[in-house]
Design a protein around this ligand. Sequence first.
Ligand SMILES: [Zn+2]
Length: 253
Amino acid sequence: MLRFTVLGGSPAWPNPGQAASGYLVETEQVRMLVDCGSGVATELRAHDPGPLTDIVISHFHADHWFDLVPLHYAHRYGSWADRPHANLYLPPGGRAVLDTVASVWDGSVETFEAAWEISEYDPLSELRVGDLRVSFAPTKHYTTCYAIRIDGPQGTIAYSADTAPIERLARFARGADLFVCEAALADAANDDAGERGHMDAAEAGREATRAGVSRLLLAHVPMEIGAERVMEMARSQYAGPIDLAAPGVTIEL
Ligand SMILES: [Zn+2]
């Protein structure tokens, strides 16, 4: 069993009723949360899937990790106090980030260590997580960010995290059974001023085709663009099955 569930999937200014980035990857051995953006803690509570074994964070923009703050209270003071502690894998420098954040309320990284076994991943190495292998590739974004590839006995999931189109992404996602790709821009052609750090749905479709993936899930899409328009843009570049991230969307591989 390799199951992917959308908990959130909103961009930084969240769509109504939809948390920011947060996805659940489950196998017989693993229940891993990929990103923990604002709103994800309450989603986890609402659809409580059971104890998380692992949490992995792509980058330190608020919409990808802020809910580690409320989520850690679940273990420290809340109803998850008796649950086993998950491993929390942060990007390099992540412990210092948590330390700084908690210092606002006179805490430290130890505040979070009361909830999780915290480590920083080496983006050049593969992480073994139960029956999964997790690997990373730097993206083109406004801060250091890593795409995440998850290989398991049942299949492969590739997650773009946040990125502009970049050569290495298709290589990294090559042959994935499911490609979760961001499509934050309404129209990249009209957004070329300055540094690019995101892509539109047509570009996501193009990356999916280049990578030869079996299935595409569009994420990080502002509702203002419109679901129909987004799907149409992606379809113009990719012939395989396409879904749009929405809370509760589940894909079994
Ligand atoms: Zn970001």
